[in-house]
Design a protein. Structure first.
Length: 370
């Protein structure tokens, strides 16, 4: 990585104030996006109870609006200030950004073995696993294991992740791995001397004025948070992380745990579009050969949630709870979609058809007629 990336606070000091994206609860509409909003409304109570979409450019919000209601048992209408469990968007909004800042500060090297930063990361061939492998999901670690059952504390959960054997040789195979993100969480916490939530709050969320973004949302946010899944005891999860392993990690992990709003994520997307050096992180790494993965981020591929009309330099990510973000630097465009499609059950997978359709409709809306 030849171009150095510096911290958010330093970049903001050079570039001026944080992006100004504070839409009202009623949102911001534009007739060009009528087809987008109409389609999104048609998916209420089918693909999800409610949703918020934000579309914009590096210097402006073009659309932000809410459809539907909070949950299967909550008829209150969603607003643009509704807070959603981001699930795996945590990996890019939080963990990847932390790694970018640490690389920029010269504290983290992408091609250094993980063991240099986390000595407890031990086992056959693990000395070959690098930070780049973790960010591209090519470390050879398995996707998941039930730490919420196996572990008693956050420390024990991390220890289990560190000692989980590799299933493949490093760099050989793509396996989307939450365990890899947990190991990377320890790298960040070891280098910063702070728990991940504290570091991100001080170095990213506060500088960008992302006032509705955090791990472990406080009780006063409860009325703004969209519920997620019905748990085994019949209660609806509300205000605590949906991901079971993140819950065992105290609700703070690089793989899941962040809560946020569309407005806050619009601020993040605008800032990212305004920092070309960060786009070095969004290029495909070809680890393994042919993978669509960049550093932390994904890029468009066949049957992608990005749809069929985003450019080759676009990058994005999805979250299990029904969230997604896609950014196209060539089109100067971001699309943020927040839903709670797991309410009341994760068995509802209709979001898979909604994401690419929304992306295509947005691009169509912004494409001048020939």
């Amino acid at each position: 990585m030849k171009k150095r990336i510096v911290g958010v606070a330093a970049l903001l000091a050079c570039a001026g104030a944080a992006p100004q994206t504070s839409p009202s609860p009623q949102g911001r509409t534009d007739a060009r996006f009528d087809a987008v909003v109409t389609y999104l409304r048609s998916q209420v109570d089918s693909a999800f109870p409610g949703a918020v979409i934000a579309v914009g450019r590096h210097d402006s919000v073009l659309l932000v609006t809410a459809v539907g209601h909070y949950g299967i048992d909550d008829p209150r209408p969603v607003t643009t200030e509704t807070v959603y469990d981001l699930a795996s968007l945590t990996k890019v909004i939080g963990l990847t950004t932390a790694c970018m800042m640490l690389v920029g500060e010269g504290k983290l090297d992408l091609d250094t073995p993980v063991q240099r930063y986390v000595p407890a990361f031990r086992g056959p061939n693990k000395e070959r696993v690098t930070i780049r492998h973790l960010l591209t999901h090519s470390s050879g670690l398995p996707a998941w294991r039930p730490l919420y059952i196996e572990a008693t504390t956050r420390a024990v959960a991390f220890a289990i992740a560190d000692t989980t054997p590799l299933l493949r040789q490093p760099g050989d195979t793509f396996v989307y791995s939450d365990l890899g993100a947990m190991v990377l969480t320890q790298v960040v916490e070891g280098l910063t001397g702070q728990r991940l939530d504290a570091y991100l709050d001080a170095h990213e969320f506060k500088p960008l004025s992302m006032t509705s973004t955090r791990f472990l949302p406080p009780s006063q946010w409860r009325t703004r948070i969209a519920p997620t899944e019905r748990s085994q005891d019949g209660t609806i999860i509300l205000g605590t992380v949906h991901d079971e392993n993140s819950w065992k990690l105290g609700g703070v992990s690089g793989h899941a745990g962040l809560f946020s709003t569309a407005g806050d994520l619009a601020r993040f997307a605008q800032w990212l579009l305004g920092q070309p050096a960060y786009l070095e992180w969004t290029r495909r790494q070809n680890m393994p050969l042919g993978s669509s993965r960049a550093l932390g981020w994904d890029t468009p591929s066949e049957n992608s949630s990005a749809g069929t009309k985003m450019g080759p330099r676009a990058f994005g990510h999805t979250g299990f709870t029904g969230t997604s973000i896609w950014i196209d630097p060539d089109k100067d465009l971001y699309i943020i979609l927040l839903t709670n499609r797991v309410n009341p059950t994760r068995e509802n997978n209709r979001i898979g058809r909604v994401r690419p359709r929304i992306a295509d409709l947005v691009v169509d809306a912004l494409t001048p007629p020939r």
